[in-house]
Design a protein around this ligand. Structure first.
Ligand code: FES
Length: 488
């Protein structure tokens, strides 16, 4: 989650510009929107782990905001008493809880996995974005690209560029590069402009919202400064602005090791992403994102199920790191070496592949003269479940709705980045894409949650005896499937 252009003020090695010349190279090599390694996991178990509830995140959010208000309030009390030592300690705790916890809440709610209830994810996402100085919409699209093209040079806006000097790493703990870059972007957006890189991953239709969000951020900062002037006290500005620098150290401490020093341009998260065991306090602040490898492989699994997912996948993963100390002992020498030899990277040892299970190939069906295919039997799709079928190279999905007990069919690939919807999660009448958590209404095909913007093609369905028929021919295709990955 640390971007190249922020870390490298004078890039000497490769051009990390998103959409730059390296982007064409990645496309030519098949690295852009590529097929990543997927470990073996029982589908039923994965579906269970993908389920969300509101309870975990509500509990943790209540605890967090109580701690933020308590530390901030206590700091204020000691300020008024003139006890500046205690003020400094408590204010530093407040800053850490505010901005470092904001980072993980921003991340989890950006994936919409923290809460089951959509609006709760959206509310916390917007608040946490402010707490960590990230404009909500821009970062939502940027992070989707990070998941598609993790550490692919020229594609990933959040890649750890190299080489990075130890001085740059040191000032990163004060969030220097990120604050400088984000304030520049907020100012740019508030003036109604986007950077060339942002134009490659932000849909045109979202630009106005981005400009409004930047202006709201600026207004809040100006209000804090005016409040300080009005009350002749530095406190309002300090409480709003200082957490960005004093409170970032914890998320930087954990964020840098997610990918730093590992391989670039490889379609296997086991080689470019780490999982680290943490103490319970750091794990609470980080919302279990230390299971970062598992998160990248299955971003639909909420933070409170990542530990169990980690245990299940362990035999197929490289050895996890037992502590931050173990990571830094490996990472720092590697970063130093990369400053003279940027091609160097830490090689992770991956276990031998599990014995290959017999893969049942999807049967390709042939439509009749009117375009109808016998997609599946009624029994094969229980209520609340889905079923994939193929016709030639096209994939389709049949859904069995819970509320009206009817069958529906859509295209099988997500219109955002061609994620396989048959691997997604059904909640009510929504199908959630496993790649970036975008959502569609499977009855209408309507795009319901970002980053998806283009509706999904839907197809007529009928049942005869115990068979579900879908019309996929010319007469059946209501809309041509469009993939919006490079939408501009
Ligand atoms: Fe991005 Fe589906 S591929 S949300």
């Amino acid at each position: 989650m640390v971007t190249s252009d922020k870390l490298l003020e004078n890039p000497k090695y490769r051009d990390y510009t998103v959409g730059g010349p390296e982007s064409q190279l990645a496309l030519a090599k098949g690295l852009a929107n590529g097929q990543w390694f997927i470990p073996e996991i029982d589908r039923k178990t994965l579906r269970r782990l993908m389920q969300r509830d509101d309870w975990h995140a509500l509990r943790d959010t209540c605890i967090l905001f109580n701690l933020i208000f308590a530390s901030g309030g206590a700091a204020y009390y000691y300020w008024t008493q003139g006890n500046y030592t205690l003020f400094a300690i408590l204010f530093w705790i407040y800053c850490t809880l505010y901005t470092s916890s904001g980072d993980s809440r921003w991340h989890e709610c950006g994936h919409s996995t923290a809460f089951k209830t959509k609006w709760m994810n959206d509310v916390l996402y917007n608040i946490a974005s402010f707490m960590v100085l990230r404009e909500p919409l821009v970062w939502r699209f940027s992070h989707a690209r990070h998941h598609t093209d993790t550490d692919v040079v020229g594609r990933d806006p959040e890649i750890d560029g190299r080489p990075i000097s130890m001085w740059q790493l040191f000032i990163l703990f004060f969030n220097y590069q990120l604050i400088k870059s984000e304030l520049g972007k907020i100012w740019l957006h508030a003036r109604g402009e986007l950077s060339p890189a942002e134009k490659t991953f932000v849909p045109y239709s979202e630009r106005f919202h981005i400009f409004c969000q930047a202006r709201i951020f600026l207004c809040i900062y100006l209000l804090a400064v005016f409040a300080s002037v009005y009350w002749r006290s530095p406190l309002p500005a300090m409480y709003v602005l200082l957490p960005y620098t004093l409170g970032a150290w914890h998320f930087i401490l954990l964020g840098v090791p997610q990918h730093a020093g590992l391989q670039h341009d490889v379609l296997d998260h086991r080689l470019n992403t780490r999982t680290i065991y943490l103490n319970p306090i750091s794990a609470f602040i980080y919302w279990d994102m230390q299971y970062h490898l598992e998160h990248h492989m299955f971003p639909m699994v909420p933070y409170y199920n990542l530990r169990e997912l980690h245990e299940i996948l362990k035999p197929q993963m490289p050895k996890p790191y037992n502590s931050l100390w173990e990571v830094y002992r490996e990472m720092i020498p590697a970063l130093i070496r990369q400053s003279s030899d940027p091609d160097y990277y830490i090689e992770r040892e991956v276990p031998a592949p599990l014995e290959q299970k017999q893969v049942v190939a999807a049967v390709s069906m042939t439509p009749d003269k009117d375009g109808w295919v016998a997609a599946c039997t009624i029994e094969e799709v229980p209520k609340g479940e889905l079923f994939r079928f193929d016709v030639g190279v096209q994939t389709y999905v049949v859904y069995h709705a819970v509320d009206d007990d009817k069958f529906y069919a859509t295209a099988g690939k997500c219109t955002h980045g061609a994620g396989e919807l048959s691997d997604g999660l059904i909640t009510d009448n929504l199908i959630e894409c496993p790649k970036h958590n975008g959502c569609f209404d499977f009855k209408t095909g309507e795009a319901k949650r970002l980053p998806v913007k283009i509706n999904l093609a839907t197809y007529p369905v009928k049942t005869e005896d115990d068979t579900v028929f879908v019309c996929v021919g010319d007469k059946g295709s209501r809309k041509k499937v469009q993939i919006a990955y490079e939408e501009d």
